[in-house]
Design a protein around this ligand. Structure first.
Ligand code: EPZ
Length: 416
């Protein structure tokens, strides 16, 4: 298993370009199954989760091609409705192919998805909505058989604004007659990007970014050219890396509208954040002030994906920060590693109390999930001395050439 070796306390300077968003492109890749046409996707990040999605597309019969950050998918010939376990288990978002196959083939045979170790990842909201849309779904021994011959539009109310369930219903609805509505829909920017992609394909989707989304499929779909929105979580990660090292750097290809919750919280820390168009200058004049309380909520609340990264930032801030993780059950897995670096953190259920200390010290730690691994890397960049971060394969799921970009900013980080 590969690891990062980090020599901390080097202020990050220079400039880094934010990549296209992982959580936008994964549902968009699934959506390419629906059209039967060619989809050209720009700013497609080169991540292991994206590679796994391309493997699923190829197994289904699509042709895929990557040229730098441009990925082309052709889906006229889908040869099977089956996604085998070894492909489904590689990531949580493989479940999104269920809606796409139901729309295109009116059937699907998949297994329960894999995913990150941040707590149970149920799909009950997905399946409840699909049954309301006329699908017959048989779940047994971890396999899901879906008969969507009678797929129809429906008025769906999600018990929780689940991102994946919202996206899955949007995809399935593209294969149904009539208009499907989703109320209590997730409002994340990635949902709006999926809406834009589906409309370019020829569907009629409105309301993404609000509580209620309307979807009407088309009989015939078009070729699509689409540019993926910037990754707001990657943006947060590089902001934290610059701030924790006392650096002064520029992030380009930033979408400010997508990071308002983070900017609002960071304004309490004394960090300097200067926006000019899609360029964000990040500087940390001196030791940050702790933010008293941060609670994760569905968008536009503070994103759960930014929680562990923000926690790392608070470990050396002045004062105490109380973090409430309201979305996932087990998303404090970075705490063990942070404690080994000298952080002062007490976890009680879904609450973590972070008491800032003047500095962290390099340590040998292990990533247990994607964002926790990024958080440990951020902490190591701010720590005195050398750190080793095991299991960087988790980080590769969501960050393209993470160590190369950090080195571009002046970090001393190697992959071994
Ligand atoms: C998406 O996961 C993201 N992944 C996650 O990012 C992100 O943390 C999450 O949304 C929340 O914003 C992708 O987009 C690929 P949910 P998803 O369905 O769709 C519960 C990262 O690090 N729930 O909104 O799986 C669930 O257990 C990843 O990039 C049900 O109970 O998230 C959780 O507590 C991690 N039943 C909550 O809803 C369901 O059927 C939010 O889950 C579905 C979800």
């Amino acid at each position: 298993m590969e690891k990062f070796i980090v020599e901390g306390k080097r202020p990050l300077t220079g400039s880094v370009k934010i990549h296209g968003a992982k959580n936008a492109v994964l549902p968009i890749l699934a959506a390419t199954v629906i059209s039967g046409r060619q989809s050209v996707i720009y700013d497609c990040p080169d991540l292991s989760d994206v590679s796994e999605s391309l493997k699923i597309l190829e197994f289904l019969g699509c042709s895929t091609k990557r040229e730098g950050s441009v990925v082309t998918v052709k889906s006229e010939s889908i040869i099977t409705d089956i996604i085998p376990e070894q492909l489904m288990l590689k990531m949580r978002s493989s479940i999104i192919f269920l809606g796409a196959l139901a729309a295109r083939l009116k059937s699907a045979t998949i297994t329960l998805p894999g995913g990150c170790e941040i707590g149970p990842r149920p799909i009950d909201l997905h399946l409840k909505a699909f049954r309301q849309m006329g699908m017959i779904i048989d779940e047994s021994c971890g396999e899901i058989y879906c008969d969507a011959k009678n797929l129809h539009s429906a008025d769906i109310h999600l018990d929780f604004p689940s991102v994946g369930a919202t996206e899955n219903v949007m995809l399935a609805a593209c294969g149904a007659q009539g208009i499907t509505t989703i109320s209590n829909a997730a409002k994340e920017p990635e949902i709006e990007d999926l809406q834009k992609f589906l409309n370019s394909m020829g569907a009629r989707v409105t309301g993404a970014g609000t509580n209620t989304i309307y979807i009407e499929g088309a009989k015939v779909y078009n070729d699509v050219t689409h540019t993926v929105i910037p990754d707001r979580i990657e943006t947060a990660t590089y902001i934290a890396a610059v701030l924790i090292t006392g650096g002064d750097a520029l992030l380009t290809n930033v979408e400010p509208a997508h990071i308002q919750a983070l900017l609002s919280v960071l304004n309490e820390t004394g960090a300097e954040l200067i926006l000019k168009g899609d360029t964000l200058r990040v500087a940390s004049p001196n030791r940050l002030l702790a933010v008293k309380r941060v609670r994760t909520y569905p968008y536009p609340g503070f994103p759960t994906d930014m929680q562990s990264i923000f926690m790392s930032l608070m470990t050396t801030a002045q004062g105490t920060c109380v973090i409430a993780e309201n979305i996932f059950h087990d998303r404090f897995r970075q705490v063990d590693g942070l404690l080994r670096m000298g952080a002062d953190i007490v976890v009680d259920g879904q609450l973590a109390v972070v008491k800032g200390t003047p500095t962290l010290y390099g340590a040998h730690v292990s990533a247990a999930d994607l964002r926790g691994g990024a958080a440990l890397t951020v902490a190591a960049l701010g720590a005195q001395g050398t750190s080793e971060i095991e299991n960087v394969c988790y980080i590769d799921r969501g960050y393209e050439r993470f160590e190369d970009n950090l080195r571009l900013l002046g970090a001393d980080i190697q992959r071994r």
